[in-house]
Write a protein of this length. Structure first.
Ligand code: T5A
Length: 210
């Protein structure tokens, strides 16, 4: 039986550069010979991508907050069953753009849903599965929104006000402070090469410890 792979997540608010830097992380890991599965949430499977479309679409009436939370965990259950768990079991590394920390930040801190309910769902859907490393790209949401809006039309989440995104950022930072062994906070306000340098430093430490 092959050794279990490692599960790495990239997190942060809107427009912090998760997708852009995911490529850097992936290239760095592949260059060191790790077999890598790149995926994202919400999404990552056919069912999950359909749920993503439903979640991000600007629609009226919008999904109720609890509906949103359950749809996110429904997509996650499928993602774990179909992609994440089999890949890790086969010894692949999984690099995921957002995971449950996003739910604690957006639905917990942002929408102010109870952390206890999210923890219950986390346990129900994931069992013991947690990321081994979380790279949190931290950025003032005003800058992140500017970057995201320059790129295209805002989705349903991107239409929230700045107070919502301030809570999201604080939610992430609070979780990171509580689990320093798993989280690495990256200053995403710097130019891309400087962000990449910070990521590389953290990856070197992580890989050395394996
Ligand atoms: N969601 C998700 C929840 O509410 N709960 C959950 O549990 C989960 C999993 C979609 C939404 O779903 C919500 C949160 C989200 O609103 P998403 O598509 O992953 O999730 O999230 P977005 O934040 O919308 O993704 P974006 O693609 O907008 O942002 P990224 O990936 O962080 O940013 P990226 O890489 O596309 O960069 C944005 C722009 O900035 C530039 C890039 O070139 C690009 O143009 N840029 C920089 N410019 C200058 N300096 C830098 N350092 C730069 N880095 C990037």
């Amino acid at each position: 039986m092959s050794e279990r792979g490692n599960f790495i997540t990239i997190e942060g608010g809107e427009g912090v550069g998760k997708t852009t830097n995911r490529e850097f992380v992936a290239d760095w890991l592949r260059a060191r010979g790790y077999k890598l599965r790149i995926t994202r949430e919400p999404g990552g499977t056919q069912i999950g991508e359909q749920l993503r479309e439903l979640l991000l679409r600007d629609q009226s009436p919008a999904p109720a907050e609890m509906t949103e939370l359950l749809l996110i965990f429904a997509a996650r259950a499928q993602h774990i069953a179909e992609v994440i768990a089999p890949a890790l079991a086969a010894g692949e590394w999984v690099l995921c753009d957002r995971f449950t920390d996003a739910t604690f930040a957006y639905q917990g801190a942002g929408r102010e849903l109870s952390t206890r309910s999210i923890e219950h769902l986390e346990q129900l859907v994931q069992g013991n599965l947690r990321p081994d490393l979380t790279l949190l790209l931290d950025l003032d949401p005003r800058v992140g929104m500017q970057r995201a809006l320059e790129r295209g039309e805002p989705d349903r989440f991107e239409q929230e006000d700045v107070a919502f995104f301030d809570r999201v950022r604080q939610g992430y930072l609070t979780r990171a402070a509580k689990a320093p062994e798993r989280y690495r906070v990256i200053d995403a306000s710097l130019a891309l090469p400087d962000v990449a340098r910070q990521l590389q430093r953290e990856l070197e430490v992580f890989v050395d410890e394996r």
